[in-house]
Design a protein around this ligand. Structure first.
Ligand code: 9MR
Length: 379
């Protein structure tokens, strides 16, 4: 791993020397540089040179309202995932009505720009609609789960690169030996088998989508992450042994500055996935910079970029990771600034966790991601 000084020198040099014909200018509009090769300096061009897909979560409001954002997506990324609009509660305002408009728009946009789409997600203990608790019960839960997956998977059949079939099913604090989140309503109504049912249903509904298990808090070498990672890998092993159709592990990668202990954890994830014949996707990466003491934006951005580099270098050392997505593209919209902050050191400071700033200018994280792609082996 590079020393901090080496990295700062390299990043500064790269930023100065970078010919970025297609990256948006500070005004938020594309540079109308006719002689430039379209997409030459983009994240997707650098990713493609190594056989990788790269993408981001797309916020439906930003996507709908901001043409410059849509242009950024088309220029920089080869895969997108809706941040919220494929979630159960978003899709289903009532038990019998469906709201597909935002997801349809994003899928059409992706098709028009030759981008792939991840589906997020079918089964999660969160983002359930208000009517859920009073309507879904032990008697009808199975039908709700199967009908939901069939309806959504069928609508986008053949258009989805990978589905997060089950999201965040492990929660160590619930105290079960297998680590399953027993507080999830799906678990409470259907037991541990809800996972297998979901994957089998999804496979039948869209045989071409790669079926993914997606979770967070499994990236670091820390004791907590190690416990959760072990439980995730045990779950995957159990499902594989049972013949449950699953193709990939989604490692969310919501990480933070001040800790780059990624050596053991990422090795275990990659080895574990490989031994089960699973691909790995980095599905929701961002770097929380709340812990950086300095308010100097240059200092904060360098620390964020350094964590991107350290993490991606560790995750891309083997051939297992096939796609790298961040949770958002621009600091203009990130869940880290939208919801309550957890134990914040800087409660009112907006975070800068993504490769483009709020004006859509590339941040040092952008260059860090690109360099990490350049240094990865071809897959
Ligand atoms: O970024 C998403 C935020 O806008 C939603 O309010 C929230 C609840 O649906 O979900 C956020 O995205 C989460 C993702 O779906 C699963 N992994 C953690 C993400 C950040 O909380």
């Amino acid at each position: 791993m590079m020393t901090r000084r080496e990295w700062m020198r390299q990043a500064a040099g790269a930023a100065a020397a970078a010919a970025l014909p297609t990256v948006l200018t500070s005004s938020g509009h594309a540079a109308s540089d006719k002689e430039a090769t379209p997409g030459a300096g983009s994240l997707k061009a650098h990713a493609a040179a190594r056989g990788l897909l790269t993408g981001c979560a797309v916020n439906a409001n930003l996507f709908r309202d901001d043409p410059a954002f849509r242009q950024l997506l088309a220029e920089q990324y080869s895969i997108v995932v809706p941040e919220n609009c494929l979630k159960f509660g978003y899709l289903r305002p009532t038990p019998d009505t469906w709201n597909f408009a935002d997801a349809d728009a994003l899928v059409s946009f992706a098709e028009a720009h030759s981008m792939k789409v991840r589906g997020h997600n079918f089964v999660w203990h969160e983002a359930l609609p208000n009517w859920f608790a009073s309507t879904v019960n032990k008697d009808n839960a199975r039908k709700f789960l199967v009908d939901h997956i069939n309806t959504v998977a069928n609508r986008y059949k053949g258009k989805i690169h990978s589905w997060d079939v089950v999201n965040e099913a492990i929660w160590i604090k619930d105290g079960r030996a297998d680590g399953l989140r027993s507080s999830s309503p799906w678990f409470q109504m259907l037991g541990p088998e809800y996972l297998d049912l979901a994957y089998r249903t999804a496979r039948k509904a869209d045989p071409h989508a790669l079926l993914t298990y997606n979770d967070y808090g499994i990236e670091y070498d820390t004791e907590d992450d190690t416990k959760k990672r072990d439980a995730v890998l045990r779950l995957l092993r159990r499902m594989k042994a049972a013949g449950t159709p699953i193709d990939a592990l989604g490692v969310q990668s919501h990480i933070h500055t001040g800790d780059s202990s990624f050596a053991k954890g990422t090795r275990e994830l990659l080895d574990g996935a490989r031994s089960l014949g699973l691909q790995v996707f980095i599905t929701e990466m961002d770097v929380n910079d709340d812990g950086v003491a300095s308010d100097d934006i240059a200092v904060r951005d360098q620390e964020v970029a350094e964590v991107y580099r350290n993490y991606l270098n560790a995750m891309l050392r083997g051939p297992e990771v096939k796609a790298v997505l961040t949770w958002g593209a621009t600091d203009k919209n990130t869940w880290l600034n939208n919801g309550p902050k957890f134990h914040p050191k800087h409660p009112t400071r907006a975070e800068r966790p993504l490769p483009f700033d709020a004006d859509y200018k590339p941040t040092p994280a952008f260059f860090a991601i690109r360099t990490s792609f350049d240094e990865a082996k071809r897959r």
